[in-house]
Each structure stands twice: as structure tokens, then as C-alpha cells.
Design a binder for this molecule. Structure first.
Ligand SMILES: Nc1nc2c(c(=O)[nH]1)N[C@H]1C(S)=C(S)[C@@H](COP(=O)(O)O)O[C@H]1N2
Ligand SMILES: [Mo]
Length: 401
């Protein structure tokens, strides 16, 4: 509960008044510091059906981020997993009526859920992170959903390998990309349909799945039921939800969400994965996530009693794997290694822990992850027009009393 709501409740004259308040306004959570003018400093916590209260950034289309407190474990619970849509018409799909059509191959293939589940299953623990996670912190500010830290989550995904499904349709020799579409659509024709493509090498990768399970349960509606694409290591824009159609194409797909959106200036980030058919002389589609970390505890801005303190958090990257996390308590003059938690695979969140002893006074904690490719977090955000790949060294401040 936020400080403002606690204060309000404490000041209320009666229990009745508290109830009235609870009904009229959802509890508020402070948003990340440094949001642009016009964005409120707090957002409503609101529960979509089947979800825990999440931070509501927009209702139509639904964009809800996960409060930092839910990132205590490497696996993000399904009911706390963030929700991101570009389009606001999101049909609830009857799993028994769902089917996936694969066209443009040697034979058109139509699979229902039972057929997909009858294929050899595969599992991967992988981080699903929006390209624009932390966009709200971009300086100067950029347009788009002003995400704080919670446009991400990590789950154990189970499904069929995409390459097995594509093989059923017979991969054409001249296929350049596959084009993936989901069942959601825009209420008016203004917003282009959300359609994404993948290069053949990523589509045929062993880890790329068509998932029907998330953490041992059917996918929640808001996270793509009954089937979504899982592209481990790559930002979540490729993880098409409510997937209904896959098409092989022999030319680069030029839909809006490929050609115009999700682009980065060429050479700006140390990306390794390439999507050559979509590259231009000046830009490239976003591919794998950059190495990053999050301090989960202590939360930013808290008061804590002096004495032993365990700093805990998460680290992840685009699939090289987290090599180390270092913590600094003196604004980066000295760094000491944190202890890494269980390794759930190179695409997963990695927990970490750092024990220290605190004395009264202000305390700033910095955390910096390094991956197996030697890449590390930046001290200043690399500006780009859409505010993607924000991976500035993590920082929280606390007052030790
Ligand atoms: N069908 C569909 N799939 C989609 C999107 C969408 O708008 N429609 N958004 C993508 C983007 S940009 C993100 S960040 C992730 C969010 O996944 P989540 O809502 O399960 O957290 O879904 C991806 N898949
Ligand atoms: Mo996204």
C-alpha cells in the first residue's frame, strides 16, 4: 500500500469512509522517478480478471506493469506477470475452437491445440521483456507507454518447437522470414494489425517455441492464451500472443510493426543477433535484450534500521548468460561481487544476493550485471528515439536510521 493511501486511511473518520475510498479509487503506487511532465507520480494498482493488482499505465489497450516486489524470485507468478498490448480488441479464445494455420510452405497446415500438444514438448525458462521496459526513464523523454521497471517477467514456458511445426508445413527453400499474426485487432482501422516476422534462423532455433503452458498452467488470457510464440533472448515484441497464423515469405515483411516500429539506429547497441533481411542502411530491428539487473530489495526510498542488510535482485541478458553481478555502496568507487542464485538457464532471470552491514545515514546501492560475452550495464542510457534497451546500472536509495 502506498504512503498516501495509508495516510488517507489513518485520517479517515470511519471504517465506512475507508471502504468508500477503496471503491472509488484504487490504491496508488509511486511510479519510477524521472517521468515526463504530465505523467502522474503515482498510478492506480488495478486487477484485470485473473490477475493480481498491477500498475495500470493504460486500460485500452491494456498496459499493466508488474510492481517490483513481485520480482523476489527468478520465476514471475502468472497472476503478477505484466500485460502489454498494442491493440484493444482482444478476443477471449475458446481453446477447443482455436487453430493455427501455417501457409506458404509446401502444404498448408492447420493445427488445433490437441495436435500441437501431441507434438514432442519442449520447455525453456525465459525472460519476456518489452523493448520499452524503463522507457519512462529516457532522457530526453520519448513517446510511448511510460514504463517503469516492471514491463518484464520470467516464466517456464512449455510448448512445441516452432521448427517442428514449420517442418510439418515443409519449409520452402526460398523462405526469408516467417510472418506471425495473433487474434487481437484494432477497433478502427487506424492502428495497423500487430504482425511480426522472424528470420528463418531464429524461427528454426531449438529454443523457439509455440507455448501453451506458462509455469505449469495454461497461458493466462492476458499473456496470450491459448498459444503464443516464445523467442528466448529476444525482446517480447516478437512473442506474438493468441497466435493464429504463420506464413513463410520470400521477401522481407514490410508491415508497420517491422518496418517502422521496433527499430534501432544501426551499430548503437552491442547486439550480436542479426536480422539481416530487415536491416537498412541506417537501422535494424531490435533483436536480443541487453544485459541488465534490478535491485528488488531494499525497495527504493525506504527507511531501514541499521545493522545487517541483504541486498537482493535479478540479472538477465539476451541469452549469453549472466556471468556476475557487482554491488557498490559508494557511488561506484568500489564494486564487490554478489552471490548468484540458481542457474535456470541462459535465458532466465538469475537471482543474486549481497550481504552488508549498514550504519545510520543515507545509503545508495548500485548493482551492475555482466554477461558471459563481457557486456555490462551502462552508466548513462544510450538514447534512441523509442527509448529501447534501457540498462543503466541499477540504483536504489535508502535512509538508514
Ligand atoms: N497478439 C499480440 N501479441 C503481442 C503484442 C500485441 O500487442 N499483440 N505485444 C507484444 C509486446 S510489444 C510485448 S512487450 C509482449 C508482452 O507480453 P505479455 O503481455 O505477455 O507480458 O507481447 C507481445 N506480443
Ligand atoms: Mo513490448
Amino acid at each position: 500500500m502506498s504512503i498516501s493511501r495509508r495516510a488517507l486511511i489513518a485520517g479517515s473518520a470511519s471504517v465506512l469512509a475507508v471502504d468508500a475510498f477503496a471503491q472509488s479509487a484504487p490504491p496508488a503506487v509511486p511510479l519510477a522517478r524521472g517521468l515526463p511532465p504530465g505523467v502522474p507520480l503515482a498510478a492506480g494498482l488495478e486487477a484485470l480478471p485473473g490477475k493480481k493488482p498491477l500498475i495500470r499505465l493504460s486500460y485500452r489497450p491494456p498496459n499493466y506493469e508488474t510492481p517490483v516486489a513481485y520480482f523476489a524470485d527468478a520465476i514471475t507468478p502468472n497472476d503478477a506477470f505484466f500485460v502489454r498490448y498494442h491493440l484493444s480488441e482482444i478476443p477471449r479464445i475458446d481453446p477447443a475452437a482455436w487453430s493455427l494455420t501455417v501457409s506458404g510452405g509446401q502444404a498448408e497446415v492447420k493445427l488445433d491445440l490437441a495436435a500441437l500438444k501431441a507434438m514432442p514438448p519442449a520447455e525453456v525458462v525465459a525472460v519476456c521483456q518489452c523493448s520499452g521496459n524503463r522507457r519512462g526513464l529516457s532522457n530526453p523523454h520519448v513517446a510511448g507507454v511510460q514504463w517503469g521497471y516492471g514491463a518484464m517477467g520470467c516464466a517456464r514456458w512449455k510448448g512445441a518447437r516452432l521448427k517442428d511445426v514449420l517442418a510439418k508445413a515443409g519449409v520452402p527453400q526460398n523462405a526469408v522470414e516467417i510472418v506471425c499474426n495473433g487474434a487481437d485487432f484494432a477497433p478502427v482501422d487506424k492502428t495497423p494489425d500487430f504482425v511480426k516476422s522472424l528470420p528463418m534462423w531464429k524461427a528454426l532455433d531449438d529454443n523457439t517455441l509455440l507455448a501453451y503452458e506458462m509455469n505449469g498452467a495454461p497461458l493466462p488470457h492476458w499473456n496470450g492464451a491459448p498459444v503464443r510464440l516464445i523467442a528466448p533472448g529476444w525482446t517480447a515484441t516478437y512473442w506474438v500472443k493468441h497466435l493464429t497464423d504463420i506464413r513463410f515469405v520470400d521477401m522481407p515483411f514490410d508491415g508497420f510493426w517491422m518496418k517502422s516500429a521496433y527499430r534501432l539506429p544501426l551499430g548503437l547497441f552491442p547486439s550480436v543477433d542479426r536480422f539481416v533481411s530487415q536491416e537498412t542502411a541506417v537501422n535494424t530491428p531490435i533483436t536480443e535484450m541487453v544485459v541488465n539487473s534490478l535491485i528488488v530489495s531494499p525497495p527504493d526510498g525506504v527507511r531501514i534500521r541499521s545493522g545487517p542488510l541483504a541486498v537482493t535482485g535479478l540479472a538477465w541478458d539476451g541469452g549469453h548468460g549472466v556471468e556476475r553481478v557487482d554491488v557498490s555502496l559508494d557511488e561506484g568507487a568500489q564494486w564487490r561481487p554478489a552471490t548468484l542464485g540458481d542457474d535456470l538457464g541462459r535465458f532466465a532471470f538469475r537471482t543474486w544476493r549481497f550481504e552488508t552491514h549498514t550504519n545510520p545515514g543515507p545509503l545508495t546501492i548500485l548493482a551492475r550485471a555482466t554477461n558471459a560475452a563481457g557486456q555490462t550495464q551502462v552508466s548513462q542510457a544510450i538514447f534512441n528515439p523509442a527509448g529501447y534497451h534501457h540498462n543503466v546500472v541499477s540504483r536504489v536509495s535508502a535512509l538508514i536510521t
